[in-house]
Write a protein that binds this ligand. Structure first.
Ligand code: BTN
Length: 260
């Protein structure tokens, strides 16, 4: 079970308290946080759930969230910047999530552009950033205790958990405390630390420097990723030598184990 006391203590130590919603079961912690945002919940509200029945990922995909096995967390932040100046926030959150995982278990995940956390060549979790009622809704999911049979059959071959990668069961409450620490550090430096985070993102990103396939309107376009721009978008070179920028959509990356 997630443990309210140390998690709330971490929030108090970092920013003098704040609202912590620890739920047994919810459709999606992002949905719940959006509802809280409409009601005017303050900056720094944290929503955690033991289980999500409709956990969501990017592009409307399902994020499997079985009871007690993962960390399903959403942070409600009220930055003073408009959404169009926060294009890099998903990248920053992915770096923050990697740091929190590393501090919890010593294993260092990498990132598949834009928002997938990768460990051992498989998906460990992800970040879903949304804007609603003037708030930034930052959702992060990490697979912690899952065994292979806990994943839906279509996801099982490409998914992993901290347990599957390390053989150890790490505390989700400890991971939540580290994540809270990292996210509040991030929220203090959304502009001032942007470059530091993007440099770190680039070094963690599996996609940079690799051959990729851009999936766009039913087409699969091969390209090479040469780097990132100042907002975390991909700089690419196409087979004919022309260059471009990819700021959204699906991109597969070539890894030693095949395309991911
Ligand atoms: C992705 O795989 O594209 C991102 C997954 C993000 C999952 C987290 S779990 C907590 C929060 N609530 C959701 O419904 N989604 C995010």
């Amino acid at each position: 079970m997630l443990n309210y006391t140390p998690i709330h203590a971490a929030m108090t130590a970092l920013f003098g308290g704040g609202a912590l919603h620890l739920l047994d079961c919810v459709d999606s912690t992002n949905h719940y946080a959006k509802h809280l945002a409409r009601q005017g919940s303050p900056h720094g509200t944290v929503v955690l759930a033991e289980e999500q029945t409709m956990g969501r990922g990017r592009a409307g995909r399902h994020f499997s969230s079985p009871k007690g096995l993962g960390l399903y967390a959403t942070f409600l932040l009220r930055p003073s910047l408009p959404p169009e100046e926060l294009l890099h926030v998903t990248a920053m959150a992915a770096v923050a999530a990697c740091r929190a995982v590393e501090r919890t278990c010593g294993a260092a995940p990498r990132i598949k552009w834009t928002n997938d956390l990768i460990l051992g060549g498989k998906k460990l979790g992800g970040v879903l950033t949304e804007f609603s009622s003037g708030a930034l809704i930052l959702g992060i999911g990490v697979n912690v205790h899952h065994q292979v049979e806990n994943f839906p059959s279509d996801v099982a071959p490409i998914a992993t958990s901290l347990f599957l990668e390390t053989g150890c069961h790490f505390s989700r409450s400890t991971l939540a405390c580290h994540l809270i620490h990292e996210i509040f550090q991030l929220s203090d430096g959304l502009l001032s630390q942007k470059e530091d985070y993007l440099r770190r993102y680039e070094s963690l990103c599996l996609t940079v420097g690799q051959d990729i396939i851009i999936h766009y309107r039913g087409e699969a376009i091969p390209a090479h990723c040469t780097g990132l721009d100042g907002n975390g978008s991909l700089l690419v070179q196409y087979a004919d030598g022309s260059v471009g920028i990819v700021c959204a959509g699906d991109v597969s990356v070539r890894t030693p184990g095949g395309y991911l």
